[in-house]
Design a protein around this ligand. Structure first.
Ligand SMILES: N=C(N)NCCCC(=O)O
Ligand SMILES: [Zn+2]
Ligand SMILES: [Zn+2]
Length: 311
């Protein structure tokens, strides 16, 4: 079958119902009722799957076969009520919990950033408070919008208040752009986040950013949440709240590779909104981000082998 033919699962992987169990399930959450600006991230999962057809089995940058060293399968979508935010976050948490019956870990494609809250509720129920490494142009620790506590600008404040995150090991990477107030940064620090801004990366380089990230995380169980708007709009135009001056996809992929020896317990890639995309730029970037995450989550090849035993 040519890679451009057939129904698009992520990276043309088998469906979870075809393999029964997986080490890692990739799942979509087509939900965007929490957005504050441009809508459309509900169409993110299918757009990223479509753009992921060209991914190949061997990742030379991490010397790993991400789909050979472990069973990865596409679990389809977790369905969330588009008309009721409270119901939606309950749906997503329940969907994540159910999926963990047949997969050790899950990597979620959003959807807007609201979905990180119910995903973290499930993850923290399993692991206790986790280090959250949050790649984003935005803090997403704001309090309310029009009185609403659950939006895509608030998941990490709620998660912090609920005791879901390790306050000594969590960090934002790639933040930039205008805030509402100086106090936003004061609140953010109190909520448990250190920050590596986009400007820091420009001034000190990716290696220094990685050093800060690793020092902050230590050996805590790690949840990685990647808002695609961490990338510069030139690399990822297809998103709802774009901000100038972001990371390149090359910088982001390199940062993810540097996490491969850490205890990654789950991840999401969110905020891909295809209506504003061009030539699949954003979806291609997102598909490679997911691929790099799956590679980083793969067990290290043993000294004698190349990790390709089951490829
Ligand atoms: N999570 C994302 N992408 N954006 C949050 C932006 C919230 C705001 O409009 O102030
Ligand atoms: Zn963002
Ligand atoms: Zn975000």
């Amino acid at each position: 079958m040519p890679r451009f033919a057939g129904i698009a699962t992520f990276a043309r992987l088998p469906r979870l119902d075809e393999v029964g169990r997986a080490d890692i399930a990739v799942a979509g959450v087509p939900f965007d009722s929490g957005v504050s600006y441009r809508p459309g991230a509900r169409f993110g999962p299918s757009h990223v799957r479509e753009a992921s057809r060209l991914l190949r089995p061997y990742n030379p940058a991490q010397d790993v076969f991400p789909f050979g060293a472990q069973q990865v399968a596409d679990a389809g979508d977790i369905v969330a009520n588009p008309f009721d935010l409270e119901a939606a976050v309950a749906d997503i948490e329940a969907g994540s919990r159910a999926l963990h019956d047949s997969a050790d870990r899950i990597v979620v494609i959003g959807g807007d950033h609201t979905i990180a809250l119910p995903l973290l509720r499930d993850i923290a129920a399993k692991h206790g408070p986790v280090a959250v490494l949050h790649f984003d142009a935005h803090l997403d620790t704001w309090d309310t919008y029009f009185g609403a506590p659950i939006t895509h600008g608030t998941p990490f404040r709620r998660a912090s208040e609920e005791g879901l995150i390790d306050l000594t090991a969590s960090m934002h990477v790639g933040t930039r752009g205008p805030l509402y107030d100086k106090q936003d940064l004061v609140d953010d620090e109190r909520l448990g986040f250190a920050v590596v801004t986009s400007e820091f990366v420009e001034e000190h380089g990716v290696a220094a950013a990685i050093e800060r990230m690793r020092a902050r995380i230590g050996d805590a169980p790690l949840y990685i949440s990647i808002d695609i708007d961490v990338l510069d709009p030139s690399h990822a135009p297809g998103t709802g709240t774009p901000e100038a001056g972001g990371l390149t996809s090359r910088e982001l992929l390199r940062m993810l590779r540097a996490l491969s020896d850490l205890q990654i317990v789950g991840a999401d890639v969110v905020e891909v909104a295809p209506a504003y995309d061009h030539a699949q730029l954003t979806a291609i970037a997102a598909s490679h981000v997911v691929y790099e995450l799956l590679s980083a989550m793969a067990p290290a090849a043993d000294a004698s082998g190349d990790g390709s035993a089951n490829a």
